[in-house]
Design a protein. Structure first.
Length: 202
């Protein structure tokens, strides 16, 4: 498959690009600073651009079977990505989000509430932006999935991912980046969560 990755030079993004290439996908990595990617592969294309470069965004998503978006704290960037996808007929969007974004299927969870309140207090703009970006994704009309996480950790993959909704006792508060990358990649072909916002943890 042809997969476009936004946020490709981040710690999770690089793991995601590497995993997708290892599985035999063709990857287009969108990067403001391509040199930070540090990956060379015959099935890797890099499009250099910022999130306000609509021409570059359109070029990056044209012909893609799926887009994985890891820049959820930039709602205008998400809006432009969605617009580029609509213009090129690209339907599948998998976006990283956080526990600050609620879902109707959630139940009250004191840990999640405390973390979201802390983020809102110390980083009000990212808190607001990630919620706005989630709203853009939900209203996009695309085949979207919002993958919500609370805390990210480094380390090798465990191969264990728990899915569900907050407040039901099935999902914890942390996941390794490598496991998140694997889950995101799996959503490209798995339609279980199309139009849904699962919470995941290790």
């Amino acid at each position: 498959m042809r997969i476009t990755v936004f946020g490709a030079t981040g710690r999770t993004g690089r793991l995601l690009v590497a995993a997708a290439l290892e599985e035999g996908h063709h990857v287009t990595a969108y990067a403001r600073t391509p040199g930070k990617l540090g990956i060379a592969h015959p099935d890797l294309s890099v499009v250099e651009g910022r999130l306000d470069d609509e021409e570059a965004l359109t070029r990056a998503v044209r012909g893609a079977d799926a887009v994985i978006e890891g820049v959820g704290s930039e709602s205008e960037g998400t809006r432009r990505i969605v617009r580029a996808m609509a213009a090129t007929g690209t339907r599948r969007l998998v976006a990283i989000s956080t526990c600050s974004v609620p879902d109707p299927a959630d139940l009250p969870d004191l840990r999640v509430r405390a973390l979201a309140r802390f983020v809102r207090t110390v980083a009000p703009r990212p808190w607001s932006e990630v919620r706005a970006a989630a709203g853009v994704v939900r209203a996009s009309g695309l085949d979207w999935t919002l993958v919500r996480v609370a805390r990210l950790a480094d380390g090798p993959p465990t191969g264990q991912v728990r899915t569900g909704h907050y407040g039901h006792g099935a999902v914890g508060m942390s996941i390794r980046r490598a496991d998140l990358a694997a889950f995101l990649l799996g959503q490209v072909t798995d339609r279980t969560y199309v139009g849904a916002a699962p919470a995941i943890s290790g």
